[in-house]
Design a protein around this ligand. Structure first.
Ligand code: PGA
Length: 257
């Protein structure tokens, strides 16, 4: 059975003091939770102070992006080695904001995925269609294309370590959530792509998170769907109470066991 995962993507929010307050409140709210893997992905500037607060908690730390090289003359970039050095176990890769604003292509993301795996970071790899692609009936084609480009050359054995996040671009930060049925349909499709690329066993193990306006009110319905294994949460992870409630909402998922 797949253990649910909730990952909070803080994006470009939170100064040091705000970060400390948020983490301390989350810690207090989730200390006894063992039914869900919890990950927080603060900005690079907060990683080192946040990790010092996470000691002895079940919460994992992740970066929001990284360069694929281990070091070099890449002004402004952060490497997988640096993320590991600070205690990160995860890294979000291929977020639609990186694709749209920073021109990250599937082939760049593919290099990042390979690099993250080689440094034993768990990549949380995002795929998802725009509104125009959905409305013109091309949602699955887009996701298939992203999937193939992003995971090209990934070893079957390595695949198990990957987490995939389906994030329809039209649902990110808009308040519009995909219906649980739309999410399930795409998650099922993504799992079938994993199976084609690997095998049935790995496809049944890999976690596929949904992202796009996840909140305490909709997590229960989303997670009750067969192929939805958790959430990548943006806006609602910036407030401790809503993030905690989303994590608590995954308890429903244990009913699927
Ligand atoms: P949102 O963002 O929850 O604010 O829609 C999700 C994401 O971008 O990962």
């Amino acid at each position: 059975m797949r253990k649910p995962m909730i990952a909070g993507n803080w994006k470009m929010f939170k100064t040091s003091q705000e970060a400390n307050n948020l983490v301390n409140t989350i810690k207090a709210g989730v200390h006894s939770i063992d039914y869900c893997d919890i990950v927080i992905c603060p900005p690079f500037t907060q990683l080192s102070s946040v990790i010092s607060l996470l000691d002895g908690t079940p919460i994992g730390l992740g970066g929001q992006n990284m360069h694929f090289e281990k070091e070099g003359a890449f002004t402004g970039e952060v490497s997988p080695v640096m993320l590991k050095d600070l205690g990160c176990r995860y890294v979000i890769l291929g977020h639609s904001e990186r694709r749209a604003h920073f021109k990250e292509t599937d082939s760049i993301i593919n290099k990042k995925v390979q690099s993250a795996l080689s440094y034993s970071l768990v990549p949380i790899v995002c795929v998802g269609e725009t509104l125009e692609e959905r409305e013109s009936g091309r949602a699955q084609d887009t996701v298939r294309q992203q999937f193939e480009g992003t995971f090209q050359g990934i070893d079957v054995k390595q695949f198990e370590k990957i987490v995939i996040a389906y994030e329809p671009v039209w649902a990110i930060g808009t308040g519009k959530t995909a219906t649980p049925e739309q999410a399930q349909e795409m998650h099922h499709f993504i799992r079938s792509l994993v199976e084609q690329k690997t095998n049935q066993e790995i496809a049944s193990k890999i976690r596929i998170l949904y992202g796009g306006s996840v909140k305490p009110e909709n997590i229960g319905e989303l997670i009750s769907k067969e192929d939805v294994d958790g959430g990548l949460v943006g806006g609602a992870c910036l407030k401790a109470q809503s993030f905690i409630q989303i994590i608590q909402g995954t308890v429903e998922d244990n009913a699927k066991v």
